[in-house]
Design a protein around this ligand. Structure first.
Ligand code: SIN
Length: 480
């Protein structure tokens, strides 16, 4: 049975229908599961105006009062994990167990930031003259807007909305047209939790994505904009935010994460970590290991173990028992993966397992290990966003670091080694915002998540994540 869901947008505390609606599909079988309002600039302006009206009262609440409301929102999410997971799986294709993990991960931001905002301390600064006193205070930046991706339809909203609301900001989100139902379920729970009208708004759109984005980036009422998605689009949105109204911007963009396996690594642990990282959400995760670099002397042993493990991964619809790899999000995604793998094979790569679409349906790709991959191939240079693990040989640490850093991106990196000195050394040398040692999964609410180079600006999660929604104001007391 399908999980229950709302299919109208949520603006200013009201459920808003529209005659013009777009279809939401189940990526496992391409069936239509819902019709959602296809709103445009006018409704986005209404949402922004509502957030602007709601801001003074929400910002004026004590952090502890906001935290209590957010705690209620968190509790409702945790009490509704099964339905949220089924919804994430239905519209996004994620296996149910993984979707449940995402729902709990998403909820954790709401709990954590609600608590953390109680500690948004300012400073006293020893003044330069005896006649003055200096302090800083930290204030919510104002209306915050976000455009979020389909690969984590719940967690990528709460990772932005939770620090915003906790800091005292109000929030307008445009969820992706592939996965709007999870965003609307979050709004339903926000309403139940007592989050006041206008504080959390969801504007759904399909045909008017560019118009909605323009309002969110250019409205003078919006003071902060956050985006998770591709580097190409992020650059354009970031530029529009700055050129129009000099907004504060956070961008969490594409990655090309290297996973380095050194000869001194525990190879079983490295295979386990590589699978956890590479095949999370069928490879559709910004921090997925995109390419696996393996030291020459253990290349054969590692590739044999990796191939055996990958060949066992169970592929199928997210709601089937024991499935580990669901469908890709849409036809464009599967075509891109097919094309990249085809190009690699035509240029000399070898599929040790997989290498083609899977019989489970039109949008399923067989988990793949590619050997003999070279640095020139697109699978090494671009984010694959599919269940494909390219293996590349390296001869020593310097070469491994050089290959790892030879990309405009710098989101995550992974390394497997038993040598602590090497771990420190390489972690320092790798150009990435996040480095994980001997572990394929690291994301949680307390860490600063974000990238360097063309992988983005700013951090989400952790104390750094709250800073993104606060302004530091300096106050001078003179005349002593
Ligand atoms: C992402 O793909 O951007 C999010 C992954 C995560 O939070 O671990």
């Amino acid at each position: 049975m399908s999980p229950t869901f709302r299919s109208d947008a949520y603006i200013d505390g009201k459920w808003r229908a529209s005659a013009k609606r777009f279809d939401v599909f189940n990526p496992a079988n391409q069936e239509v599961i819902a019709h959602v309002p296809d709103f445009g600039a006018a409704e986005t302006e209404e949402a922004v105006a509502a957030a602007h009206r709601a801001f003074p009262a929400w910002a004026a609440k004590a952090a502890k009062e906001r935290a209590a409301i957010m705690r209620a929102w968190f509790d409702l999410m945790m009490g509704d994990l099964d339905r949220l997971a089924r919804l994430i799986s239905l519209e996004g294709g994620k296996p149910i167990a993984e979707a449940k993990g995402e729902a709990a991960y998403g909820a954790s931001f709401v709990e954590w930031f609600g608590e953390e905002a109680k500690r948004a301390y300012g400073r006293t600064i020893p003044s330069t003259t005896a006649t003055r006193r200096y302090v800083t205070i930290r204030q919510p930046i104002g209306v915050s807007a976000a455009i979020t991706p389909w690969n984590f339809p719940l967690a990528m909203i709460t990772r932005k909305a939770a620090p915003a609301l906790a800091a005292g900001c109000t929030f307008v989100v445009k969820p992706p047209s592939q996965t709007p139902l999870t965003a609307l379920a979050l709004a339903e729970l926000a309403e139940k939790a007592g989050i006041p009208a206008g504080v959390f708004n969801v504007v759904t759109t399909h045909d008017h994505t560019a118009d909605v984005g323009k309002v969110l980036c250019e409205s003078p009422l919006v003071r902060k904009f956050s985006f998770t998605g591709s580097t190409g689009i992020g650059k354009k949105l970031g530029a529009a935010c700055v050129a129009s109204t000099v907004k504060k911007v956070s961008l969490e963009l594409g990655g090309n994460a290297p996973l380095l396996v050194f000869a001194d690594a525990d190879l079983d642990l490295a295979v386990k970590g590589a699978i956890a990282s590479k095949f999370r959400n069928a490879g559709q995760t910004c921090v997925c290991a995109n390419r696996i670099l393996v030291e020459d002397s253990v290349y054969d042993a590692f590739s044999t173990k990796m191939t055996e493990a990958v060949a066992k991964l169970k592929v199928g619809p997210g709601d089937s028992d024991g499935v580990e790899i669901g469908p890709l999000i849409d036809q464009t995604a599967i075509e891109k993966v097919e094309q990249m793998v085809g190009e690699a094979l035509a240029s000399g790569a070898v599929a040790l397992t997989g290498g083609k679409k899977h019989a489970a349906g039109a949008q399923f790709f067989t988990p793949t290990v590619l050997a003999n991959v070279t640095r020139e191939m697109r699978v090494n240079q671009e984010e694959i966003f599919g269940p494909v693990a390219p293996l590349i040989r390296f001869k020593d640490e310097d070469e491994a670091v050089a290959i790892a850093n030879d990309t405009p991106f710098g989101l995550a990196a992974y390394l497997f080694t038993k040598d602590v000195n090497r771990a420190w050394r390489v972690a320092e040398r790798i150009e990435a915002g996040m480095v994980s040692i001997n572990d394929g999964i690291f994301s949680n609410e307390v860490i600063p998540f974000g990238g360097v180079k063309e992988s983005g600006l700013g951090r989400e999660g952790g104390v750094e994540g709250l800073d993104e929604y606060l302004e530091t104001k300096f106050v001078n007391f003179g005349g002593f």
